[in-house]
Design a protein around this ligand. Structure first.
Ligand SMILES: [Zn+2]
Length: 152
């Protein structure tokens, strides 16, 4: 699912990327005015996620949120039919929405990331963003986010 999240939805954006959705964030894209937001959604064929009722009504297939808390917002989206199941592997960078690739076992990783293993049983499998270089693995951060999605 290709999505565009409205301003003030930064944490939600991270969750949507975690769940594997190609999610552009209005603030990162530098679009603020209603027409600019709708124009971007249209150009990139993205469904808008917003708390703005008027904006939601103007975009086709928009997801309208009424809740403020991110877990409640996720539950609202799941209730509107968005698949928020925990993926087997991460596919999208939570920081920039870039595509992730597996780091081959034994290849060097930055200091904040674990050594890349070839399987879960041998350690952490590690992925890196092809756009910004951020590394990801199924550590405590992953477990927290997966736990939140599993609990919706
Ligand atoms: Zn990235």
């Amino acid at each position: 699912m290709r999505l565009l999240t409205d301003a003030m939805l930064g944490t939600l954006t991270t969750y949507l990327r975690f769940a594997g959705h190609d999610t552009a964030y209005a603030l990162e894209e530098g679009v603020e005015a209603d027409d600019a937001v709708l124009g971007l959604a249209d150009r990139e064929n993205r469904r808008l996620v917003t708390r703005d009722r008027g904006l939601a009504a103007r975009g086709s297939g928009s997801f309208l949120l009424t809740e403020r808390d991110v877990e409640d917002q996720l539950a609202e989206l799941a209730g509107q039919g968005l698949d928020l199941s925990v993926p087997d592997e991460p596919t999208r960078c939570g920081s920039c929405n870039g595509v992730l690739e597996r780091v081959p076992a034994g290849e060097p990783t930055p200091g904040y990331a674990p050594v890349a293993a070839s399987s879960d049983s041998e350690g952490f499998r590690v992925w890196r963003c092809v756009d910004c270089g951020q590394h990801f693995w199924k550590g405590s951060h992953w477990e927290r986010m997966a736990g939140t999605l599993a609990g919706l």
